[in-house]
Design a protein around this ligand. Structure first.
Ligand SMILES: NC(=O)c1ccc[n+]([C@@H]2O[C@H](COP(=O)([O-])OP(=O)(O)OC[C@H]3O[C@@H](n4cnc5c(N)ncnc54)[C@H](O)[C@@H]3O)[C@@H](O)[C@H]2O)c1
Length: 434
């Protein structure tokens, strides 16, 4: 059995995938076009926050580099010299207008097409708009390789279903849905994937395999939109939405999600757009479109609540200092792609607020980011808890909170700061909103 494989794209998904394959005894060539990222990986450095049974991804990376089980490179030709299976994990980004950027995927296909050999397997794991594999990827592979797909080489699709932060574990345990251009293609892909996961491999047709992933993601988008709608309903009745959801979920057939300040990341916000793109103008999906709008507007509703709170203490939003805690797209994440906290910061800045944000997990990259919690909270007129990380437990909140302005508006829906605010005996100092 050939125990070597290439992973094309070494991002939040590709790198943990490569490491999971190494953990399973594979020799892995990792290819990425980002020269700086590859140089860092060659030195054993990564900012991707994952762990494998408690061992940080960076340590796992260093182990496999040392054992020469992992070879990061920018040259796809190296992948073709050393392996005959390529797992593609490059992204298909979606811009703020909902338009898809297929260039990373098409470029990866062109590069692979130029180097693949007879009998090789191209297994696409990127999330795509259903139909892209047949209509976009395979024709490029065919044209650039001058070989016949499904006969001379194999093409299959199996979406990546893992969640960032739990990827290493989930690669090795989750069920996988796979579709091939031919039955033989699907079998080859299933054989490879069966060596990685202990979960079941479900074989279906190529188009269904692509559609499954976006449907899984859009279901979460819809359920989160429901949670946001319930949040407004609860607000009207002056009840705590989290208590409401907790109580409703005591019913065995109810599984409501919790509202946050929005939805971020590479998966959930893009799912509707991938689906819509696949339909052209022939069909619309009004329910899913509405859910997307509700979730997209969530940070703007936070701005409204903060503004209202400030108004109640006679302060305008413009010119006031608003502190944001947590910039990652979800709790315990340093991924800021599509992060609602970053959208919130931009909206507040557009309205003239002076924004400061603190996130110890996110490397300094925004002009409004501070290095310390105290710096962030200094004389702040409003404080929004956007995401909450376990490492916040190590911060000296009582000291940091003591430097906020009087009449500080606190937007902390999950009440993470409550114990600190209560113990600091400064309840006359805050206006707790929402
Ligand atoms: N992030 C998640 O939680 C998650 C979960 C499940 C599935 N996915 C899907 O997995 C895919 C990858 O997501 P990600 O979060 O790892 O994205 P990412 O942007 O972190 O990583 C993509 C990597 O591909 C590289 N790349 C781009 N073009 C390339 C090319 N032609 N050749 C080689 N490398 C190239 C980029 O430099 C980048 O390092 C996406 O399709 C995404 O939808 C993501």
């Amino acid at each position: 059995m050939n125990r070597s494989v290439s992973v094309i794209g070494l991002g939040y998904i590709g790198l943990p995938l490569a490491m999971s394959l190494c953990e399973k005894g594979f020799y892995v060539v990792g290819v990425d076009v980002d020269t700086k990222k590859v140089e860092m990986l060659q030195k054993g450095i990564t900012h991707v926050m994952e762990d494998c049974d408690g061992v940080p991804l960076q340590d796992v990376l260093r182990k496999h580099l040392q054992e020469r089980a992992f070879h990061p490179t920018t040259r796809v030709a190296v992948a073709a010299w050393e392996t005959s299976a390529y797992i593609v994990t490059v992204g298909v980004p979606v811009n703020r207008d909902g338009e898809l950027d297929t260039r990373p995927l098409t470029a990866a296909m062109e590069q692979l097409g130029r180097v693949i050999k007879p009998n090789d397997l191209v297994l696409i794991r990127s999330t795509v708009s259903p139909g892209m594999v047949e209509e976009l990827c395979i024709p490029i592979l065919e044209q650039t390789s001058r070989m016949s797909p499904g006969e001379d080489f194999h093409v299959a699709y199996a979406a990546e279903r893992v969640a960032e932060g739990r990827a290493m574990r989930e690669f090795q345990t989750l069920d996988v849905v796979v579709g091939g251009l031919t039955e033989r293609c699907a079998v080859k892909a299933a054989e490879l994937l069966g060596q990685l996961t202990s979960g079941k491999i479900h074989v279906t047709d190529l188009r269904t395999a692509q559609a499954v992933k976006v449907v899984e993601n859009v279901q979460r988008d819809l359920n989160i939109a429901l949670a946001h709608e319930l949040s407004r309903f609860a607000e009207f009745h002056n009840i705590d939405v989290y208590e409401l959801i907790r109580m409703a979920n005591t019913h065995p057939r109810v599984q409501l999600l919790q509202p946050g300040i929005g939805v971020g990341g590479f998966c959930i916000p893009n799912a509707y757009h991938y689906m819509r793109h696949s339909l052209g103008s022939e069909l619309s999906l009004p329910l899913l479109q509405l859910a997307r709008h509700i979730n997209q507007d969530a940070p703007a509703r936070v701005v409204e609540a903060v503004e209202q709170g400030l108004r109640s203490v006679g302060k305008p939003l413009s010119g006031t200092v608003v502190a944001i805690l947590g910039l990652g797209m979800k709790d315990n994440s340093n991924d800021v792609r599509e992060s609602p906290a970053v959208v919130l910061a931009d909206l507040l800045r557009d309205r003239g607020a002076v924004v400061r944000a603190y996130d110890p997990l996110v490397p300094l990259q925004f002009p409004f980011q501070t290095k310390t919690l105290k710096e962030c909270l200094y004389q702040c007129d409003a404080l929004v808890v956007a995401t909450w990380h376990d490492v916040f437990a190590e911060e000296d909140f009582p000291a940091a909170l003591s430097v906020r302005a009087h009449g500080c508006v606190v937007y902390d829906r999950k009440r993470h700061l409550q114990p600190y605010l209560e113990s600091s005996q400064i309840d006359d100092k805050d206006v707790v909103t929402a």
